[in-house]
Design a protein around this ligand. Sequence first.
Ligand code: ZN
Length: 312
Amino acid sequence: VLDFELKILGSSSATPSVSRFPTSQILTIGNQINLIDCGEGTQMQLMRFKIKPQRICNIFISHMHGDHYFGLFGLISSMQLQGRTASLNLFGPPGLSELLSLSLRYSNTHLAFQINFRELDQSVYQQIHEEHFFTVHALPMEHRVSCCGFLFREKPKLRHLLKGAFPPNLSPSQLLKLKHGEDLYDEAGQVLLRHKDVTCDPRPSRSYAYFSDTRYNEDLLPYIRHVDLLYHEATFMDDLRHRAVQTFHSTARQAAELAAKAQVRQLLIGHFSVRYKDLTPLLEEARLYFPNTQLAVEGTTVRVSDELIKAV
Ligand SMILES: [Zn+2]
């Protein structure tokens, strides 16, 4: 079974804090390492959690507020210094590639690796990337600047062949047909073998939805229904709901209410305002509306398994 694991490197909002890092996360699917947002200090956190920057293949930046991307220039510069040659996919809002190329030009840096930049139209739900085992969709957020979240979904898997249930003389292409859920026919068009008799359902495909910075927004419910894991920003507690509306953020209660409406399996809340020294009240507020909630704090790791979601 492939790994499907999220690790929180940071989840603070706006200004730095001595105890918390701004937003960045690592999502590992199989042997592919995806970096989601890249706040200041991401490099330090990668070192702390022993994640090699050279193994990162995709970077997704949600929007152009500094607490979500100020770590990117340093990270790319280090990749160069450490001798990276493998190309890097970078997904982000308009303006990001211009900023990056300016910083490279004025430091007279010529990268030895290629950056494949994909500028995102952040206003529509759409597939933005495809890997062998998973797809990535952009989820339009409601924020002060153009912003999108991301939905990672494992591709549907092939059916499992039941041991001993099928005749031993089948060819590889016949076996593949059965795994794809097709029946086998003989030359006369008669059913030779029904896939249902010799295969069973595949493991369910796992999914992760990332809501970076956004006002409470139910428009995305159809896309995130039943996802295994939802990260939703919870900048404020609900007594500051008016502040959340003004600043295009959400409250812990709203994050939990959205999780409940979408019937997700587990919720992580993050992007906490620096005014909260103790995060327990945010967690307690969210759990009133969605019990299976955890805080996304530095080092929080969630492994999405087939049977249940394990926090490690
Ligand atoms: Zn923001």
